[in-house]
Design a protein around this ligand. Structure first.
Ligand code: F6R
Length: 238
């Protein structure tokens, strides 16, 4: 992977936004892979400042909780609408989240894979990484060849995401997530991470052995990866 160590999350967001802007200039209907959580927020704000016409672009979210009431403000459908679609001017019908097609939960993974394929595949996937080393919600033990499917969140990830909910027990136990194989099919990956708490996960992803126990390490199998980190997240790289 190419590693960019930047001063802070704002600089990281600028650099990631630059990648997206370059892609969309070349391909207005580009397919963007969208991450949620805190990490990509500076990317979306940096991109919004550029006021690009993104109305033809398409988007696929990495993951979604299973079991939240429809319209819950912390569902990733709601988060993507609020933080990405509206501020960036994406066309709502062009943006997809696993399980949001109105069909049965059984088969949702296969249908999501088919929708991505029908769009021609993801051009650029934005990724964050969890303390457990997950990308998407592929927790340790996820097959490197996995596709979109239902997974169980680890207690560590539920605890990390409790900040978005009124109480920790409201964090769903299950999710639908793109698999590591799905993520690796994107034509370009941009992985961002900030802060000391991500240093171990970044070292494992970038330099650790490629292993299902360290899901982020799957990026080492991809030919075009940009890792954008601040000094703290880079602190355990050799
Ligand atoms: C979010 C996702 C997760 C997050 C990761 C880091 O769609 O797939 O892998 O990127 O949990 O979360 P933050 O950015 O909140 O630290």
């Amino acid at each position: 992977a190419e590693i960019a160590i930047v001063p802070d999350a704002e600089a990281a967001g600028e650099l990631a936004a630059e990648q997206i802007a370059r892609l969309v200039a070349r391909r207005p209907d580009a397919v963007l892979g969208l991450a949620t959580g805190s990490t990509p927020l500076t990317t979306w704000t940096a991109l919004a400042r550029r006021s690009l016409d993104l109305s033809a672009a398409r988007g696929f979210a990495l993951d979604e909780y299973v079991g939240l009431p429809a319209g819950h403000p912390e569902s990733y459908r709601a988060v993507i609408t609020r933080e990405v679609v509206e501020p960036l001017g994406l066309t709502p019908s062009h943006v997809h989240v696993p399980g949001d097609d109105g069909g049965e939960l059984a088969g949702a993974g296969e249908r999501y894979e088919a929708a991505i394929a029908a769009a021609g595949g993801v051009d650029l996937q934005i990724l964050g990484i969890g303390r457990t080393g997950h990308i998407g919600f592929n927790e340790p033990g996820s097959s490197l060849a996995s596709r979109t499917r239902i997974k169980t969140l680890t207690e560590a990830t539920r605890a990390d995401n409790a900040r978005f909910f009124d109480s920790p027990d409201q964090v769903p136990r299950h999710c639908l997530t793109q698999g590591l194989g799905t993520i690796l099919d994107a034509r370009q990956l941009v992985l961002l991470a900030f802060g000391e708490a991500k240093a171990g996960a970044i070292a494992g992803a970038v330099e650790g052995p490629v292993s299902a126990s360290s899901p982020g390490s799957a990026i080492q199998l991809h030919p075009k990866v940009l890792v954008i980190v601040d000094e703290a997240a880079a602190s355990r790289l050799q």
